[in-house]
Design a binder for this molecule. Structure first.
Ligand code: B12
Ligand code: SF4
Length: 487
């Protein structure tokens, strides 16, 4: 029997780049600890984004625990910087405390993560079972080589054990929301009060820029409907809207109809948000889309990515321009408001391809005025993706240390096929398209800037329709908006 009463898991969520505009429930950590918590281990969650005195909180939690183990989650990018700050702080407090890293970045690059002297263990992939087994093994000084899904160090050597099968979502447990103060989390500032619900994990598609191709490929699984409904009801207790976090929620039309029927049967009345793919929408019956709307999906997010069929094909997106146009018309008919996102900066992309993307943005809005056109973003390169693996084959120098990945955030494209001049030009174009979104002024407090943004929208629209992207005073306006948002 493990000495349950002796071990406390202290899980820390590091700051990210986006907490000013998105403050979401630390779902990954809550799910990761759910099984351990259910088995009786003490768990404490500290969120660096909302706890200004996180160092004191951490010190106290360590002091109160007889045998603390520190769990830290991280994505690629700036979050690594804060994750490492936390690890350093813990080791300075007491270097014998075990530090376990998990989440998407350590899962994709376990070996590189463990090279950092302050990290003792890495949990690869789904955390629920691995964390329990690792904790139990550590508690009895057991054989670590038998714990599937971990990486660790032994005699200065880094060892990566055999992978564990993905967690069976039929075993999904109650998420221990009592470990946090849910009301402190707002979700996206645009929508406010989003309660995250995971109805499935993984994806069946193979978009070359997506981390799923590295890691969760062919691991598509669904949570049983009764558990999904329970989780939704939990969100309603907090009077929040429901944000479905799945990479692939709208996949099987029949399953979606079942979901909608169940929500109706349970008398659940709320607003839902989720991502979708345009091929699903284009192929779905209009009656299904109307049902989806009636269930509460007033808005859905759709990654269009590019207006160039050649680029869509080159990154394996698996959708056609025709499907995009057809889907847009269907969404209009079903009165579901779409938010469309786009990217530029793909390998082999020409200026002509970029122009096609911008023309598509304009066309989608013209054909469906209810659509929100989210500005263009430059593609970010993430480790483990097909694009990244292909690039490695060309001799691209891969970051060696965990710290090097801090700078791989979406604000800082590292795509080596883009010259400095290309990047500048794309950044300028991205900024111009940013003003196509009417949503941006909603949160501006300064009335003058609000007025400017409103007026500038016509200029941005004109520029995009006629592809005029030189001399852009909007850069100054954009900086002004950013500083206003910080106020
Ligand atoms: C919600 C979300 C966000 C939220 C943040 C959520 C939050 N609470 O802060 C927001 C909207 C802010 C966001 C933003 C971005 N995101 Co995001 N996001 C997601 C999403 C859709 C869900 C994450 C989630 O909660 N999953 C559900 C939980 C249950 O799964 P999980 O987090 O993987 O956790 C499990 C395991 O990883 C493990 N685990 C996790 N942490 C730990 C820690 C320990 C110690 C242990 C033992 C185990 C463990 O156990 C958990 C249970 O099994 C994922 C995709 C996905 N479906 O996972 C993308 C994803 C994480 N995002 C991604 C990206 C690229 C971004 C953006 C850069 C996108 C953009 N261009 O704007 C931004 C920038 C973020 C930043 N740096 O600030 C990529 C990350 C790639 C990478 N290598 O880091 C993902 C994987 C999407 C993808 N398919 O490529 N995102
Ligand atoms: S981008 Fe979306 S559809 Fe494509 S592989 Fe990733 S999660 Fe799946």
């Amino acid at each position: 029997m493990p000495k349950k009463e002796l071990t406390t898991l202290i899980a820390v969520y590091p700051k990210t780049l986006l907490q000013k505009i998105f403050l979401g429930v630390p779902v990954g950590l809550l799910y990761a600890v759910s099984l351990a918590y259910n088995k009786g281990y003490k768990v404490k969650i500290i969120d660096q984004r909302i706890d200004k005195f996180w160092k004191e909180s951490l010190k106290k939690a360590i002091k109160d625990a007889h045998q603390p183990r520190i769990l830290i989650t991280t994505m690629t990018g700036l979050q690594i910087k804060f994750a490492l700050e936390i690890a350093r702080f813990v080791k300075k407090t007491n270097k014998r405390i075990t530090i376990i890293f998990g989440g998407i970045h350590p899962s994709v690059l376990p070996y590189e993560t463990l090279k950092n002297k302050n990290i003792d263990f890495v949990v690869i992939g789904d955390g629920e079972e691995t964390l329990v087994e690792l904790t139990e093994t550590l508690d009895v000084d057991g054989d670590l080589s038998k714990v599937k899904g971990i990486g660790y160090k032994k005699d200065n050597e880094i060892i990566i054990n055999e992978r564990r099968n993905p967690f069976d979502l039929n075993k999904t447990l109650k998420v221990p929301y009592e470990l946090i103060d849910v009301n402190q989390y707002t979700g996206a500032i645009e929508e406010k009060d989003e309660f995250p619900v995971v109805t499935g994990r993984g994806c069946v598609y193979n978009c070359a820029f997506c981390t799923n191709t590295a890691f969760k490929k062919n691991n598509f699984r669904k949570v049983p409907l009764n558990i999904i409904i329970e989780n939704i009801k939990k969100g309603l207790e907090f009077k929040m809207k429901i944000s479905i976090l799945d990479d692939l929620f709208f996949y099987d039309e029949k399953e979606i109809i079942k979901f909608c029927d169940e929500v109706e049967k349970e008398g659940i009345k709320t607003e839902f948000f989720a991502n979708s793919r345009m091929d699903f929408i284009a192929k779905s019956e209009i009656q299904t889309l109307k049902k989806i709307k009636k269930t509460g999906f007033k808005r859905i997010y759709v990654g269009i990515e590019s207006g160039s069929q050649r680029i869509l094909d080159s990154v394996g997106k698996g959708i056609t321009i025709n499907q995009i146009l057809q889907g847009n018309r269907k969404l209009k008919k079903a009165k579901i408001k779409p938010s469309y996102s786009f990217m530029v900066g793909f390998p082999t992309e020409t200026f002509d391809d970029v122009k096609k993307t911008i023309s598509l943005m304009i066309r989608l809005k013209d054909e469906n005025p209810q659509a929100t056109i989210l500005g263009l973003k430059i593609l970010s390169l993430y480790p483990g993706t097909t694009l990244f693996e292909e690039l490695k084959k060309t001799g691209y120098e891969v970051p060696k240390k965990l710290e090097d990945w801090i700078y791989f955030d979406y604000m800082e494209p590292h795509n080596p096929w883009l010259t400095g001049k290309d990047k500048k030009k794309l950044q300028r174009i991205c900024l111009i398209t940013y003003f196509l979104n009417e949503g941006i002024q909603k949160h501006l407090k300064n009335r003058f800037v609000k007025f400017l943004v409103e007026k500038y929208r016509f200029v941005a629209d004109f520029r995009c329709r006629h592809h005029i992207y030189y001399f852009a005073p909007e850069i100054a306006l954009f900086k002004q908006i950013k500083s206003m948002q910080k106020e």
